[in-house]
Design a protein around this ligand. Structure first.
Ligand SMILES: Nc1ncnc2c1ncn2[C@@H]1O[C@H](COP(=O)(O)OP(=O)(O)O)[C@@H](O)[C@H]1O
Ligand SMILES: [Mg+2]
Ligand SMILES: [Zn+2]
Length: 310
């Protein structure tokens, strides 16, 4: 059988255009033998790699040659992988995603931002005014987090009415803090926190009360949703005392949402120690006394009805 090289030579002799092109390619490879083989995509902010942070690179001048070291001990290879400029951002992004995943922020609010907190969703002008203030405070809290952290200051989002946006706003603040500062967050409903401690009383449980307490004492930012949602036993009060007392002492910021004011906490935690701690460690923000939950359900139903009856 005729060898391949002979076939190519014969083809080039018969086809001068092909021959010219082959020699152009050879020349350009000789002057610039390094080629990025990875196909660039819009997913890379620099449009260099395929969005995964790595570049596959070929040195055509070393094609078919064995890897060897040059006189400076540098390894010469025919192909290798190299980090794209976007790699470090990508790693940071993955860390942020992981932190958000582990944070306990309610999944329905995983995309909630302070910016998308819509003050026009409230009907009364009074509510809109209060919402505007709350939104501003939330944004300022995020922007000034370093200063807040230095003083261990958190927030206390309060409104009596359910569905007025407390959990949503607290989630947006938490999202922003993780994204901006890469901090570790634990977001938990007060009832779930208590339940976690009670679960440790099970003989089979491998975690203890103090394991749970320790976790919520130490985490950089803690969000307790629905504090004092129901009456509390002395034992439960002790759990919140142990956590808030430590966080106050160690200047660790905590964000609370509640449907009772800080002053009224004394009725739920009669020991009087929890509200005194919280008074020092969090700034009270009033939320509108207006539910937009119903509104939302109404418009959602209207949308779905359109699908059903069209
Ligand atoms: N300002 C807002 N902009 C957009 N949606 C909002 C806003 N405030 C609340 N919501 C929506 O209203 C519902 C109730 O909010 P939520 O935070 O659970 O209230 P709360 O914690 O005060 O009971 C949620 O579905 C939330 O997405
Ligand atoms: Mg809530
Ligand atoms: Zn890239």
């Amino acid at each position: 059988m005729e060898p391949l090289s002979a076939v190519i030579q014969r083809m080039m002799k018969d086809n001068p255009v092909l021959a010219k092109r082959m020699s152009d390619v050879r020349e350009s490879l000789a002057s610039n033998p390094i080629e990025i083989m990875t196909i660039p995509s819009d997913e890379c902010p620099y449009k260099k790699c395929d969005g995964k942070g790595w570049l596959w690179i070929k040195d055509w001048s070393r094609l078919g040659k064995k890897d060897e070291e040059d006189e400076n001990g540098k390894l010469l290879r025919a192909e290798w992988m190299e980090q794209c400029k976007c790699y470090e951002q990508l790693v940071k992004q993955r860390e942020v995603d992981k932190k958000l995943d582990l944070s306990g922020i309610p999944p329905i609010f995983s995309d909630a931002t302070v910016r998308s907190y819509d003050v026009n969703r409230y009907r009364s002008a009074n509510s809109q005014g209060i919402a505007t203030m709350a939104k501003k405070a939330a944004g300022n809290y995020v922007n000034n987090y370093e200063a807040m952290k230095k003083h261990g200051k958190g927030l206390y989002l309060y409104s009596k009415v359910k569905g007025s946006g407390k959990t949503r706003l607290a989630s947006s603040i938490a999202n922003a803090l993780v994204k901006t500062y890469g901090i570790d967050i634990a977001f938990i409903k007060s009832g779930d926190l208590i339940a976690q401690v009670y679960k440790t009383m099970n003989k089979k449980s491998e975690t203890t009360r103090s394991d749970i307490i320790e976790t919520f004492r130490k985490v950089e930012l803690l969000v307790i949703d629905d504090l004092a949602i129901k009456d509390s036993t002395e034992y439960e009060e002790g759990i919140f005392y142990d956590i808030t007392d430590y966080r106050l002492e160690h200047k660790k910021p905590t964000i609370f949402t509640s449907n009772v004011t800080i002053d009224e906490l004394e009725k739920v935690y009669p020991g009087g120690r929890v509200n005194k701690r919280i008074n020092k460690m969090a700034m009270e923000i009033y939320m509108p006394e207006e539910s937009i939950r119903d509104d939302e359900a109404d418009s959602e139903n209207a949308e779905l009805e359109k699908l059903l009856f069209r």
